[in-house]
Design a protein around this ligand. Structure first.
Ligand SMILES: C[S@@+](CC[C@H](N)C(=O)[O-])C[C@H]1O[C@@H](n2cnc3c(N)ncnc32)[C@H](O)[C@@H]1O
Length: 267
């Protein structure tokens, strides 16, 4: 993610993807009709997304969850995907995110649903509350939590026997990367899973992510005047900052996405 253009460096704002930046993002996105339209058209449904998971992938993920499971979602943002997954599976979900604005929105909206709870935690340094969990979800958040191996080990330690971690992540191939980096077993994530001897299955959502960035690119541009009218240039700039880099990789065929289902490893 460090190679993406950082739209904040020239705008005197909080560093992109920092807690302060996400607070600003969710404060604006939650109240923006244009962001809502944008999500509806890009993802297929408005859930105030900031990742890359479209409705097809989300429905597939929901189908993997079983009623009565105790689920933890790391990097849950303001919990609208969490809510969808809970309603479509019947499980209970504890969501964690380091944006206190996003967590307040999630709590406020879902306070009457006892199957959902949300806490503000920095996953790169804080301990994970509660547990053990049957399933841990990480949807486009593993990139922000430091070393993949250390993160997986930390998550694995809070799993119940028979539990699993489900990680949705992209991989791009840069000029100096080997061709094999796009293979599901040789991505950065695949390599770490192999090194740590996790057993896992993968599901391929590469076609979805390439289509996602194409739509993202064109829709953000088309909606620029509306973002500006709302005073939400921040949201427009935030989406544009990422999509040139991703669309370029999508067009070049150097972008893949896998949903890894990783079995708990005995410690
Ligand atoms: C790319 S967004 C994905 C959000 C959501 N999962 C989705 O797919 O729309 C990344 C999320 O991770 C959260 N996040 C980033 N770094 C974090 C950290 N160190 N601890 C907890 N949450 C973090 C952000 O606040 C944001 O909500």
């Amino acid at each position: 993610m460090g190679q993406l253009m950082d739209h904040t460096s020239t705008m005197g704002q909080a560093r992109m993807f920092s807690r302060e930046w996400y607070n600003e993002y969710f404060r604006r996105a939650d109240a923006s009709p244009t962001h809502s339209r944008y999500c509806e058209q890009v993802y297929g449904r408005d859930l105030c997304q900031h990742g890359m998971m479209d409705t097809e992938e989300m429905a597939f993920l929901a189908s993997l969850l079983r009623p009565c499971e105790r689920v933890l979602e790391v990097g849950c943002s303001n919990g609208r995907i969490t809510e969808y997954l809970q309603q479509h599976s019947g499980c209970s979900i504890q969501g964690l995110d380091y944006s206190d604005v996003a967590i307040s929105q999630a709590r406020e909206r879902t306070r009457d649903n006892p199957a959902l709870s949300f806490d503000c935690i920095d996953l790169s340094c804080d301990d994970i509350p509660g547990g053990p969990y049957d399933t841990i979800l990480s949807i486009d958040t593993i990139y922000f939590m430091g070393d993949y191996g250390a993160t997986l080990s930390k998550l694995n330690a809070t799993l119940a026997p028979g539990g699993r971690i489900i990680v949705a992540a992209f991989q791009a191939k840069e000029a100096d990367d080997p061709e094999s980096i796009l293979d599901p077993h040789r991505t950065r994530m695949g390599e770490v899973l192999n090194q740590l001897a996790f057993s896992y299955r993968h599901h391929d959502f590469t076609a979805n992510i390439r289509n996602h960035w194409l739509k993202n690119y064109h829709l953000a541009l088309a909606l620029q005047p509306e973002f500006t009218r709302e005073g939400n240039e921040f949201l427009f700039a935030a989406r544009m900052a990422e999509n040139g880099w991703f669309k370029g990789h999508g067009d070049a065929g150097t972008l893949v996405r896998y949903l890894y289902e990783v079995d708990r490893k005995s410690l």
